[in-house]
Design a protein around this ligand. Structure first.
Ligand SMILES: [Zn+2]
Length: 255
């Protein structure tokens, strides 16, 4: 039996029911296959904030996260998660609630964002609604003061909307600097995640949590390999190199 290293954090974006316009989005029907796979393999889903108490987590734990908060996540992800008794965390850019993901360029149905009513409903159903800053900037280009405003404003908007404490944050575009890490803590967040791939337990700083990105073409078997290797690139080409490397390591350690 394969022994899984866990917890592991996954990053999804849109879940449209037609062909995804973005490499980071995945068709709703394929997302449903991911959920089926996770359920069949006995994975438990927890919220990102549950990582604050890692000792209480089940043995095979996956944290499903969604960045940005696309409107198509409601029917493509939230409802199927509910049907399967699973949980996920959404990172919301609060200026864009009910609007469009302006950083993607031309608006389309796939750039539409969840409304505040949807977010309230999802929160009430047990999902975590967390912060992705207010305007989705490249934080590494902002001053300390500007970053602080982005973190505090988004937190206040969501706390006001949901009447709950918001303690999780995801840096937009995965871009951040040393100030971001310090300010995330100073503005009251308990944890923050990046887009750096890798194992959860390989990063000691709770404000630099690693996540594995899911791309539009990722089948359930690609997901399986991502859960096994905690890497964004699990192509067969790379896997072959990995196994060849292991065989080589074995050979050379014999001499
Ligand atoms: Zn984003």
């Amino acid at each position: 039996m394969t022994r899984y290293r866990s917890p592991i954090v996954l990053m999804y974006h849109g879940t449209p029911d037609s062909k995804p316009e973005s490499h980071y989005s995945i068709r709703a029907s394929l997302f449903a296959e991911h959920l089926r796979y996770l359920r069949q393999e006995g994975w438990s889903t927890v919220l990102f904030k549950d990582l604050q108490n890692p000792e209480s987590l089940p043995e095979k734990t996956v944290v499903i996260t969604f960045d940005d908060g696309y409107e198509d996540n409601y029917s493509g992800a939230f409802l199927p998660l509910m049907t399967n008794g699973m949980k996920a965390t959404w990172f919301i850019a609060t200026d864009c609630i009910g609007g469009h993901a302006h950083w993607l360029g031309k608006p389309s149905t796939q750039t539409r964002m969840l409304s505040s009513e949807r977010l309230s409903e999802m929160h009430a159903a047990g999902m975590e609604i967390a912060s992705h800053t207010s305007s989705h900037p490249d934080l590494s280009m902002l001053s300390k003061e500007q970053q602080q405003i982005e973190f505090s404003k988004a937190k206040a908007v969501l706390e006001n909307l949901l009447s709950t404490q918001v303690t999780s944050l995801a840096y937009p575009f995965g871009k951040f600097n040393a100030d971001s890490v310090t300010l995330a803590e100073q503005t009251g967040y308990r944890m923050a995640c990046t887009t750096r791939p890798g194992w959860y337990d390989s990063e000691p700083n709770p404000y630099m949590v690693r996540r594995i990105a899911i791309f539009s073409g990722d089948s359930a078997s690609t997901l399986a390999r991502k859960l096994n290797f905690a890497d964004n690139d699990v192509s067969w080409k790379k896997m072959t190199r990995y196994y060849a490397g292991r065989v080589w390591d074995k050979l050379i350690t014999q001499f």
